[in-house]
Design a protein around this ligand. Sequence first.
Ligand SMILES: Cc1cc2nc3c(=O)[nH]c(=O)nc-3n(C[C@H](O)[C@H](O)[C@H](O)COP(=O)(O)OP(=O)(O)OC[C@H]3O[C@@H](n4cnc5c(N)ncnc54)[C@H](O)[C@@H]3O)c2cc1C
Length: 307
Amino acid sequence: MATLLGMHTIERHRIPDTDEALRAEIRAFIAEAIGDMPAERRARSWMGFDADFSRRLAQRGWVGLTLPTEYGGAGLGHFARFVLVEELLCAGAPVAAHWIADRQSAPLILRFGNEAQRQCHIPRICRGESFFCIGMSEPGAGSDLASVTTRAERTAHGWRLNGGKIWTTNAQHSHYMIALVRTSGTPADRQKGLSQVIIDLARPGVNIHPIVDLAGDAHFSQVFFDDVHLPEEALVGAEGDGWLQVNAELAFERSGPERLYSSMVLLERWLAWQRETARAGAPRASIPSAWAGCSPSSRPCAGCRSA
Ligand SMILES: Cc1cc2nc3c(=O)[nH]c(=O)nc-3n(C[C@H](O)[C@H](O)[C@H](O)COP(=O)(O)OP(=O)(O)OC[C@H]3O[C@@H](n4cnc5c(N)ncnc54)[C@H](O)[C@@H]3O)c2cc1C
């Protein structure tokens, strides 16, 4: 069925039965893996970092679901991945370890990287062994991303990297960063002269400082690069194509349902609490008992079902 929204016509599709059939298997795995995880941890959703959980998911073939089998992916379609993402996020599974690599780093390397980069990185991502972070924002380049100043200069053996990134989600737990850097010109050149590089975060000269947020979590970091040597093959795609590539990467990042589904655990607990307090006529101070009650296997949660 086609729906007219302004100037755009959107084709609506049902999830094919073969992809929908994955749901029960995924739901059973999640219930077994995190059934006893408290709601306040599950509410962190895709900010919840648990390398073991990611590796177990990978063993089931559920990391790199849409990536080609020749690189260790499952070779399935995007509807299958939608079902997987929906189940993981609605349950509040701790997916952060593999999330960025699976969602955008591997697809970016597949699309713009060379064959050696694909062979090197994608199979390890699919096995849940290699975690990536996103190096776009800088202290002076947030919404205005074209003003990045971090610079990679050519040397006889590759690149010398200086500068830094900020708000880098899980940099402190990641093995690699894909960063947008300036390889020629000046920040006044804006989108021209930008490139993307893969940075091994274990290299000398990389310093990672976690940032503690108002809730006491430290899920993002400020990252400093001080004369970091990168090999020639750190460059992804063509030099100077960084702006085009980073926009493609942002399309992988921002086109999924995360922003909606990552609030689901919180929303369910809030609704359960509202109903519980309304039924009991209890004062609102009873949040903790409602918060503790719901497990991922009981979705929709007991409070929602019985209302
Ligand atoms: C939870 C979280 C995780 C993140 N993880 C990462 C990550 O892993 N990697 C990464 O690179 N970045 C990350 N970011 C950074 C993020 O994606 C944005 O780049 C960054 O938050 C915006 O930059 P800024 O903080 O410097 O704000 P600014 O760009 O300074 O913007 C501040 C305010 O001014 C407004 N504004 C800016 N320019 C204009 C204008 N011209 N006209 C009108 N209003 C304007 C903005 O809308 C905003 O409200 C993360 C951010 C969050 C919140």
